[in-house]
Design a protein around this ligand. Sequence first.
Ligand code: THU
Length: 137
Amino acid sequence: MDDMDLVTVASGYMERARAPYSHFKVGAALLCSDGTVFGGCNVENASYGATMCAERCAASTAVAEGKTEFVKIAVVGGHYGIIKDFTAPCGICRQFLSELCGAEFEVLLYDGENIKKKTLGELLPDSFSLEKEYDND
Ligand code: THU
């Protein structure tokens, strides 16, 4: 699966977003090291803080399916699902991913035309962790 394929999967999941409050739909597609892909979308709640972001939705689904090794994630988003600009993971998602993935894990962003690649280490330098191992125990 190449980078644009992963972006396409993320775009499909974006369509499933539940965003009645912000109308900002986000989709994510997480590639695991065994080649499997898990998607996610944002799921908003009237108690706004309970909202689940697309990236954490995808990562949690993958973990629940027993996946522990991750390669990259594609993230797309836009108001009413119209992709016009890059949507980067929020701070909570960066922290969440940093505990599951290493600093070299790739984050693919898409503005409807171009893919921009960042590593998780670039997006969250000097990240907080209790231990520098990613063993999922
Ligand atoms: N959102 C995500 O799904 N991922 C992010 O990393 C940024 C924000 C969602 C949360 C909320 O439903 C909407 O985008 C607007 O903030």
